[in-house]
Design a protein around this ligand. Structure first.
Ligand SMILES: [Zn+2]
Length: 336
């Protein structure tokens, strides 16, 4: 079937990717943590950059708790996250919003995609998707080869009895006149492009257990909350083309993107949640004050010239994207 995948965005002017320089748009950044555990030094660094970037432009911050997944539906962890951000002095201006309260919005966006015949049910099992031969996208997910793209109505009915399907979004094919390549400029990593058909494939917008896909929820929320600037860890850089594609389809604006390099230990290992001494519970106990922790982190990562104690507010004058860009290959922190 030949589809013009961009035909439900109305009108084209609704999807600006650049703002004319003459029209000042208030900067709105966001914190979007998942309450799957205690905040970690890497999360603190992402939130700090997001906050400093917004504040250095006179902008505001929205706080959104991304708790769609069952393992994130833990109110005590969300409360802990909120307490940690407040302790750090990374104040937000709006929220917290909780994704579990916003399911109607995701449902309605999905309905629009369904109505435009841009989605289809996928019955593939995890084992089928992760077959050894499957090539992988930049974010590690298997590139979907379209096994369920053209199932007949009868086949869909037959399989639905056996197994609840997931929902996939059709991406343009390489022959599509509208083009299948998504391009954007990341504030840290520069020009990016991805050919959706070959480097990603039709992607999930809803899982077989009914949970909305991260990509869909984030796009709906960022637009609804007026977010103009997305600052987040570079492990999500590979998700961005899918989100931009969804924005095009739904007629939503595309924010600016800035992905933050992951923090590494001196031996070249990515710092992770396994490093228990770097969770915020331990860090709060070790540093005692937010100023001591933020000053140390800013000095280690090059935002500030040294590791003197500084509040988030005092770091605003030191912040520059040039520093983050200069260290984009790796930012090494010494945990001692
Ligand atoms: Zn499938």
């Amino acid at each position: 079937m030949d589809i013009n995948a961009r035909n439900i965005a109305t009108p084209a002017a609704n999807a600006p990717t650049m703002q004319p320089a003459s029209v000042p748009v208030p900067v709105v950044g966001r914190f979007a943590p998942s309450p799957s555990g205690r905040m970690h030094l890497g999360n603190v660094f992402s939130c700090l950059c997001s906050w400093l970037s917004a504040r250095s432009q006179g902008g505001s911050i929205v706080l959104r708790i991304e708790d769609l997944d069952d393992r994130c539906k833990r109110p005590e962890l969300a409360a802990q996250l909120i307490d940690d951000l407040a302790w750090l002095g990374l104040e937000w201006d709006e929220g917290p919003y909780y994704q579990h309260d916003r399911l109607d919005l995701y449902e309605s966006a999905l309905r629009r995609l369904n109505d435009a015949d841009l989605t289809y049910p996928c019955f593939c099992t995890r084992a089928e998707l992760h077959a050894a031969s499957a090539p992988h996208a930049s974010d590690g997910t298997p590139i979907y080869r379209g096994a369920c793209r053209n199932l007949s109505v009868e086949e869909i009915a037959r399989r639905s009895v056996l197994r609840a399907p997931a929902t996939r979004l059709r991406v343009p094919t390489v022959d599509d006149l509208a083009g299948d390549v998504i391009e954007f400029v990341d504030r840290t990593y520069g020009a990016q492009c991805e050919a959706l058909a070959t480097e990603c494939g039709d992607f999930l917008v809803r899982r077989s257990d009914g949970v909305f896909a991260y990509q869909l929820a984030v796009v709906v929320d960022d637009a609804a909350m007026g977010v103009t600037e997305v600052v987040r860890g570079c492990d999500l850089l590979g998700s961005t083309p899918r989100q931009i594609y969804l924005q095009h389809l739904l007629g939503l604006p595309t924010p600016h993107y800035a992905h933050i390099p992951l923090l590494m230990s001196p031996d070249g290992r990515r710092l992770s949640k396994r490093d228990r001494d770097l969770d915020l519970g331990e860090l709060r106990a070790r540093f005692g004050t937010p100023e001591a922790l933020l000053g140390w982190l800013a000095g280690q990562t090059g935002i500030a010239p040294d590791t003197t104690s500084r509040s988030a507010e005092q770091l605003v004058e030191h912040f520059s994207w040039n520093v983050i860009r200069a260290h984009r290959e790796n930012i090494t922190v010494t945990a001692e």
